[in-house]
Design a protein around this ligand. Structure first.
Ligand code: SF4
Length: 295
């Protein structure tokens, strides 16, 4: 049986960096906290908890002598100053691409533009970006963009994981509403690259496994894309969810994983398929191979 793994499967650059910074931070005498879930992956969170990291929702537990990780989504300046007031040491793992959006929003405001942020107002990244400007306007649907009033000027930034089609449609609506429009496309290509690869891989294999947290929106999106192309697609969080009957008549298996899925979870899935194959539980031909990247 041939196993093909999408080249971009697993952590994006920003998440990989944040997890590395978080793990390095555990090498510290005092308590290490992370403000919010570091990544949307239950198993990786459990691993970090076992290593001694504590996850908190607010700054009240912080004090001098402790350390706190700011995750890749970033925070608002208000939250950052609240953290600093506690005396805790800050490890800022905000993804530089997210920082860039925050800075662009500030720049637009300084230039006198009202700032529109396209994205989910409940997502921590958007909450952090919005906290950088005085009067942010947030829109998360075409209806919300359509309901905006006519304006003399407007500056636009967007969530790094925004759907490009929504972004294009929103901007074209704004062209009719705003006299002076300044737009920054701040979408990070980590998402679009993953989605393109998932679509292509799903079309070239008999079975697709999409590995990642059920609470991870980017993993769920990959699953939906794959399922449309290949009905024999399954979203799994771990190898334990794999059913041998999925492999009936399967010669090629494709695997991809969301941006918050650690490599070790992907490796477990591959090893498990190989074990099933060796044990004769699933049938296959030839030797497992990877395509696109080395394991
Ligand atoms: S998706 Fe892009 S912006 Fe978001 S953490 Fe990953 S690299 Fe950074």
């Amino acid at each position: 049986m041939e196993i093909k793994i999408a080249k971009s499967a697993g952590f994006c650059w920003g998440v990989k960096r944040a997890v590395k910074m978080a793990v390095n931070s555990l090498n510290f005498e005092g308590k290490t906290y992370c403000l919010g879930e570091l990544i949307h992956n239950r198993r990786e969170i459990e691993r970090l908890k076992a290593l001694g990291m504590e996850f908190i929702d607010n700054v009240s537990s912080l004090k001098k002598g402790s350390r706190v990780i700011i995750r890749s989504h970033g925070v608002s300046p208000k939250v950052l100053s609240e953290i600093k007031e506690t005396g805790a040491e800050v490890v800022d793992a905000t993804c530089p691409f997210v920082k860039d959006v925050q800075q662009k929003a500030v720049k637009l405001e300084k230039e006198g533009y009202p700032v529109l942020i396209l994205g989910n107002p409940r997502h921590p990244e958007i909450i952090g970006i919005a906290g950088h400007v005085k009067e942010p306007i947030i829109a998360n649907s075409i209806e919300e963009v359509l309901s905006l009033p006519k304006m003399a000027s407007l500056g636009v930034v967007c969530q790094t994981t925004l759907n490009i089609n929504f972004f294009k449609e929103a901007v074209s609506i704004l062209l009719d509403k705003v006299k002076e429009l300044k737009v920054y496309n701040t979408i990070c290509n980590a998402t679009s690259v993953r989605q393109k690869e998932a679509r292509e891989l799903a079309g070239s294999v008999d079975l697709m496994l999409i590995v990642g947290g059920k609470n991870s929106s980017n993993t769920t999106k990959l699953y939906q894309i794959s399922k449309r192309v290949n009905p024999n697609s399954y979203h799994i969080e771990s190898k334990d969810e794999i059913e041998p009957e999925w492999f009936k008549g399967v010669e090629k298996v494709g695997i991809t994983a969301g941006a918050s899925t650690p490599q070790w979870v992907i490796d477990e899935v591959v090893d498990y398929i190989r074990t099933l194959e060796k044990g004769g539980v699933i049938s296959g031909r030839g030797v497992c191979q990877t395509a696109g990247r080395e394991l």
